[in-house]
Design a protein around this ligand. Structure first.
Ligand SMILES: *Cc1c(COP(=O)(O)O)cnc(C)c1O
Length: 961
């Protein structure tokens, strides 16, 4: 039997039988009947193609791959050809030890990726000249929008009162960024003004901030200082969207007085991938540390006083701040930030300067050569991009025809202007080829290409050395690099070690066959704004995926733009807003959100300009329908939407869901379903059926994209027919979005298109039966764990028939009183048992939410249960007064190998009880590299970069030649 579902689904036939017996049901069907309310069950099976085997799938996707035409790209606009260093491709991008890890909430078993992300932040701080950087955002366009929002929210009270609400955007910003910013400004009362930064008069007192592209959309490198001086005088905060490679040669904008520098790190060794995923960066001044969006990695210490890393200042985030969060960023682009940081580690300052200088030399060479054929370069100062006018008598249309015949893409600006952007991959023969094609188009037969060395404008050049930190000056041989990455990898616990039963996060198998095509050049090397007819394979794949996801969700159309679940929420809510507006109902700005909702829900609602009204949950964890009805009635005229998670964040299929959607519709509102729990629905029920109007899917949860240690993700939205006209468009690519499309949500038309391949493969290889069976087994596995653990822990909520959906909540609150044990102590103790903790304190403080997924077999579930049961015994021991409440196996966890041997053992339990409490650990022990990390210490002493080598760290040092 070659069916892929046998590989994807963990338990064997016999194991399934045994689990059903433990649960106390006779069949899977019986369990489904008890669990999923009858009135929402699908009447028919999903209509999805029959499942392909791995071999058949790879043949099929190979056929699509060759339909993509990979032309040489000089398009630019924030996406450049780059060389992924093979040592990074193989050891990180293609390595499950890195890509299957979760967001580093359990810092003790995430030190490897935390260090890698700290390297990324350090690199960004150094190249931008700013004091603090985050660990990635979703893309350059949204990062620029985040800068605007940060400035807006950080306005002084008197400025808010005075109505200071205008944001200046340089008209020479990338068009996709302008479009994203227009959308983000729309409902927040931010007024955009556009102009040329060199002559724009900023004396308007109502301007609070500004965005400038550097180098600008035409490739011009213009001195920022004049603009920044003007802005500073007016108390206008300046953000610069900068090309990271240009900053290797150009002075860091942070040194010129700007407040934010942001952009993309794609060209640091991350393939274009038809739009993503890539890590955006965001750096700012320390004074903004409580306003900065996204995650920041900081340095702290562990219980033994050793240096340890963890996520800093988490109180800014939506999980705590809800509708007052600094942003809705949850999943970001961790894996890609790791790659970009490693690119800098591997090349080091000299290597990066060589690459940047070579790009610049080639650009200058092209400049000189094509002028001989009558092309006119319209500016003096540039880094890698030339803005060019065609010779007399040559139109861009004619040029395009000739260039495409030679498999070259340029950016065509208007009838006789175009631009050329050079990336790292361009070799000298390609420079000659490009020049000769331009010569050919201009009917100039032979142009001599003389390769020259050029310097960027020395007034604007960076004078002091870059990246002087030890980490960027240590690993330049492949052997050293390989070992550095492996050393970091070995500190981290990922799916290669054991089950990661994170409720709501669906950490299932990310199959190798699903992932292989993402590094095929036919998919990875396409520019997102390449002519659509060069991306036929992509479009077939995307259309196929849209069709299947529509079938799975019961919706009419999908938008593939949002790069995360939270961006999907924002996109869906913006579509709802546009729908109400089109009906003349723009007053509908209330969004009801149950108290149990994920933190991104209220944060996204606020971004879309809604006012959040929290609606209660009852004792059983369900939405309190009477409270909801009251709220809907009270706000009837203004009711815009509800955001509801289904099955609920409590892991229960609420029987009242149809009544809930009906109440909202009766009052003129729209129903947004948070689709993070789709793993409990696929094939059994769907959002369309339940009465939702729009929902996002977390493709990095339900549909097998690996979590990457905190991203990438994809959060496409499905919409009912009446919302389809409003799904987001793209300013640069035709055929994207509905007829009345809202502004772009992401810079690229299909978001992180490259990783759509993974979800496409997942569906193609499971087919109708495998998809449904995956859902069923996800529910069986959760109920099995419930059956085993309910004898030892209280289970917080279950459905009407005492079953749970695909996840369940263990109530650990009582242990605080009985034994002084907090839920975090259990989470850390699980590390000693070789497990990543389940979700801690969401959706209920003091609890653990467990989601095993269908990919785990009974043996693994049993090991996890035994660990939990043994931990319960350890708690009992404390409850019985045999162990000290402040020093015991849980409070002191995790235990490192070093603490076993390297100090006077001062605990009243044995090292064996600490490190090998159960038999299976003898065979398979994972050692935490650090002990319990002190979060408070790190937040009080915020440090978010590696220390620099002090002897290098002088501002006045001579510029490198
Ligand atoms: C994961 C999750 C989200 C957010 O998704 P991201 O991709 O991390 O932005 C929203 N709601 C729920 C219930 C989730 O579990």
């Amino acid at each position: 039997m070659h069916a892929f579902s046998k590989r994807h689904i963990g338990p064997s036939q016999d194991e399934k039988k045994a689990m059903l017996a433990e649960i106390g049901v006779d069949s899977i069907d019986e369990l489904m009947e008890l669990t999923v309310p009858k009135d929402i069950r699908l009447k028919n099976e999903l209509n999805i193609d029959t499942a392909l085997t791995e071999k058949q799938y790879l043949d099929h996707i190979g056929d699509l791959a060759v339909k993509n035409k990979v032309f040489k790209s000089y398009i630019g606009l924030g996406y450049s050809e780059t060389n992924v260093p093979p040592v990074i491709q193989r050891n990180i991008l293609e390595n499950p030890g890195w890509y299957t890890a979760y967001t580093p909430y359990q810092a003790e078993i995430a030190q490897g990726r935390l260090e890698a992300l700290l390297n990324f932040q350090t690199m960004i701080m150094d190249l931008t000249g700013l004091e603090i950087a985050n660990a990635s955002l979703l893309d350059e366009s949204t990062a620029a929008a985040e800068a605007m929002i940060m400035f807006f929210n950080a306005r002084a009270r008197k400025d808010v009162k005075a109505g200071k609400n205008k944001f200046f955007v340089s008209e020479f910003t990338y068009p996709q960024t302008i479009d994203v910013i227009k959308g983000r400004a729309k409902h927040l009362g931010i007024e955009l003004v556009f102009g040329d930064p060199t002559n724009y008069d900023l004396t308007d007192d109502t301007i609070f901030g500004a965005l400038v592209q550097y180098p600008d959309v035409y490739g011009r490198v213009k001195d920022l200082r004049g603009f920044v001086d003007k802005a500073t005088k007016q108390n206008v905060k300046v953000a610069v969207a900068a090309d990271i490679m240009s900053l290797v040669l150009l002075e860091a904008p942070g040194k010129m007085g700007v407040d934010v520098v942001c952009g993309s790190t794609q060209r640091f060794g991350v393939p274009m991938g038809y739009g993503g995923p890539h890590a955006a960066y965001f750096a700012t001044r320390e004074s903004y540390k409580r306003h900065i969006p996204g995650r920041i990695i900081g340095v702290s210490k562990d219980a033994d006083g050793n240096v340890a890393y963890r996520m800093a200042l988490q109180t800014r985030e939506q999980h705590i701040k809800r509708d007052r969060a600094t942003s809705n960023i949850c999943t970001a682009q961790a894996l890609l930030a790791v790659m970009a940081g490693m690119y800098a580690v591997y090349h080091g300052p000299e290597g990066l300067k060589y690459i940047a200088q070579n790009i610049h030399n080639q650009t200058a060479t092209i400049h000189q050569s094509i002028e001989k054929a009558g092309y006119k370069v319209l500016h003096d100062d540039y880094f890698d991009t030339l803005w060019i006018e065609t010779p007399e008598g040559l139109t861009c249309q004619q040029l395009k025809t000739v260039a495409e015949e030679h498999h070259i893409n340029l950016r065509y600006i208007n009838e006789n202007q175009f631009s050329i952007s050079v990336g790292e991959r361009t070799n000298d023969a390609e420079v000659e080829g490009l020049v000769s094609v331009l010569g050919l188009a201009a009917k100039e037969t032979k142009i001599d290409v003389e390769f020259i060395s050029a310097k960027v404008n020395q007034d604007l050049a960076r004078k002091n050395p870059i990246l002087t930190h030890e980490v960027f000056n240590s690993y330049h041989s492949e052997t050293k690099m390989m070992r550095y990455m492996k050393w970091l990898e070995n500190k981290d616990l990922s799916l290669v070690h054991s089950m990661i039963a994170l409720g709501s996060c669906t950490m299932k198998l990310n199959a190798a066959a699903q992932l292989m095509p993402i590094t095929w050049p036919e998919f990875s090397n396409l520019h997102p704004f390449a002519p659509v007819n060069q991306a036929t394979g992509y479009h077939e794949m995307i259309k196929g995926l849209e069709k299947d996801l529509c079938e799975i969700t019961g919706f009419h159309a999908m938008s593939m733009q949002p790069n995360s679940g939270a961006q999907g929420e924002y996109a869906g809510l913006m579509a709802i807003k546009a729908y109400h507006e089109s009906n003349g109902d723009s007053q509908r700005n209330i969004c009801l959100i149950p108290s149990s909702a994920h933190g991104t829900n209220p944060a996204s609602a606020v971004m879309a300009g809604f006012k959040v009204v929290v609606t209660k949950c009852d004792e059983a964890g369900n939405i309190d329908i009477e409270d909801l009805r009251k709220n809907a009635e009270k706000h009837s005229d203004k009711l815009g939407a509800i955001m509801v998670t289904y099955p609920s964040t409590h892991g229960v299929f609420e029987a009242g869901i149809k009544e809930i959607t009906q109440i909202i519709h009766d009052h003129g509102g729209q129903v947004y379903m948070d689709g993070a729990n789709m793993n409990a629905q696929v094939g059994l029920t769907n959002p369309g059926n339940i009465g939702a109007d729009v929902c996002h899917l977390n493709l990095h949860k339900t549909f097998a994209i690996p979590h990457g240690g905190g991203g990438p993700g994809m959060g496409p939205i499905g919409v009912a027919k009446h919302l389809a006209p409003f799904i987001p468009g793209s300013p640069l690519v035709e055929g994207v979005g509905g007829e009345k499309a809202i502004h772009a949500i992401s810079g690229a038309p299909y978001g992180s298109a490259l990783i759509l391949l993974i979800s496409y493969a997942y569906i193609k290889m499971l087919g109708t039966k495998g998809l449904k069976h995956s859902t069923e087994i996800a529910i069986v596995n959760a109920n099995y764990i419930k059956a085993r653990l309910s004898k030892h822990y209280p289970i917080l909520y279950s459905g009407e028939n005492n079953t749970v959906g695909h996840e369940m909540i263990l109530d650990c609150r009582e242990f605080k009183r009985t034994a002084g044990i907090e839920v975090a102590d259990i989470a850390k103790r699980l590390i000693d048992y070789g497990f990543h903790s389940p979700t801690v304190s969401f959706p209920v403080a003091g609890t653990l939410m467990i989601e095993p997924t269908e990919s785990e077999d009974t043996g693994e579930l049993d090991r996890f249960c035994e660990a939990m049961i043994n931990i319960r015994k350890e708690i009992q021991y404390i409850e019985d007064g045999h162990a000290d409440q402040d020093s015991n196996l849980l409070k002191n966890a995790p235990h490192t190998a070093e603490c076993m041997i390297n100090q006077d053992w001062k605990y009243d339990y044995s090292p064996k009880e600490a490190a090998y409490p159960l038999e299976y650990l003898v065979r398979n022990k994972f050692w935490a590299p650090v002990r319990r990390i002190d979060d408070a210490f790190g937040d009080r002493n915020l440090m978010c970069s590696c220390p620099a080598i002090s002897s290098y760290d002088t501002e006045e040092e001579e510029a490198f030649a």
